[in-house]
Ligand binder design. Structure first.
Ligand code: SF4
Length: 247
C-alpha cells in the first residue's frame, strides 16, 4: 500500500477553506450549537480530549466499528492486557489477535486490519508510534489515515480530532440524523458530505464540543425512532420540529 513520504515536515494544522453553496447558514448552525451546548455542557476544552496516544486511539477506533463502546473497550483492554506493547501485537498471529478482541465482533477482519496498520506504521515511521503526526498538516494526516485498511472518513476524523488535535468533525449516525432533521442537510446527504460541510462552517475551536453535544442530543432527545421534539430546546429552529409542532 502506498504510504506518505517518510520525511516529516512541520505544517500548519489548519486546512484550506472551501466555500460551498450547499452549506447551511453558519449563524443558524452556531445558534443551534449554542443551545445544545447549554443543555449537554460538553465544551472543547483539553480535559474533554482523550489524551490517548494517536496509535492507541487509532486501534481503539478501528475496534469500535459496528459495535458499542462497552464491547470496544472490553476488546481493547483485553488486547492490551494480553499483548502489552504494539510490538507484541505485531508479532502475534492474526488468529491470536482475533481471539483477544472477539468481544468487538468481526474479529478476524479487525485483527487483519490491526496487523496491517501496525506493519504500515512501522514501515513509515520506523517505530510503532504515531506521535510525529502531530506535526503534520491536516490533509496529509487525513490522507495517511484514510489509506490504512478499515479506516474511513469517520474513523480518521475521530483520530484527527481526539488524538491529534486537528480540526476534523467526525459524523456518526447521531450527528448525521440530527443535522438532517434540523434541516442543515437534505435527507439524502451522505455522512462524508456532512462531515466536509461541518468542518468548513463550524470554527475548529468548537469541533470537539459540538461533536459531543450533537451525539448526546441524538442519543437522548433526537432519538432515531421517536424524537422528543416537544421537549427539545431547538424545536423553533428545527425543520422537523416545526413540522411536528404544526401537525
Ligand atoms: S426538534 Fe425534534 S427533530 Fe429537531 S432536533 Fe429537536 S428532537 Fe430532533
Amino acid at each position: 500500500m502506498a504510504g506518505p513520504e517518510t520525511t516529516i515536515r512541520k505544517h500548519s494544522k489548519t486546512k484550506p477553506e472551501v466555500q460551498s453553496e450547499d452549506n447551511p447558514d453558519p449563524a443558524h448552525v452556531a445558534l443551534c450549537l449554542d443551545i445544545i451546548e447549554s443543555l449537554w455542557r460538553q465544551e472543547s476544552t483539553p480535559s474533554v480530549a482523550s489524551g490517548e496516544k494517536p496509535l492507541d486511539g487509532l486501534i481503539r477506533t478501528v475496534l469500535s466499528q459496528n459495535t458499542n463502546d462497552l464491547n470496544r473497550d472490553r476488546a481493547y483492554e483485553r488486547l492490551r492486557r494480553l499483548y502489552p506493547t504494539w510490538e507484541d501485537v505485531l508479532e502475534a498471529e492474526i488468529k491470536e489477535i482475533a481471539e483477544a478482541i472477539k468481544s468487538a465482533g468481526i474479529s478476524n477482519i479487525k485483527a487483519g486490519r490491526i496487523k496491517t496498520i501496525l506493519e504500515t506504521v512501522e514501515d513509515v515511521f520506523g517505530k510503532l508510534n504515531l506521535d510525529e503526526m502531530k506535526e503534520w498538516d491536516y490533509i496529509r494526516a487525513r490522507d495517511f489515515l484514510q489509506n490504512l485498511p478499515g479506516v474511513g472518513p469517520k474513523t480518521a476524523a475521530c483520530v484527527l480530532l481526539f488524538n491529534l488535535d486537528m480540526p476534523a468533525f467526525p459524523v456518526d449516525t447521531h450527528v448525521s440524523r440530527v443535522s438532517r432533521r434540523i434541516g442543515w442537510f437534505p435527507p439524502s446527504a451522505s455522512a462524508e458530505s456532512i462531515q466536509a460541510s461541518l468542518e468548513e462552517i463550524i470554527p475548529p475551536k468548537r469541533h470537539l464540543g459540538a461533536h459531543l453535544n450533537l451525539i448526546l442530543h441524538g442519543k437522548n432527545i433526537c432519538r432515531s425512532r421517536k424524537p422528543e421534539c416537544a421537549r427539545c430546546p431547538i424545536r423553533h429552529l428545527c425543520l422537523t420540529g416545526k413540522e411536528t409542532a404544526g401537525s
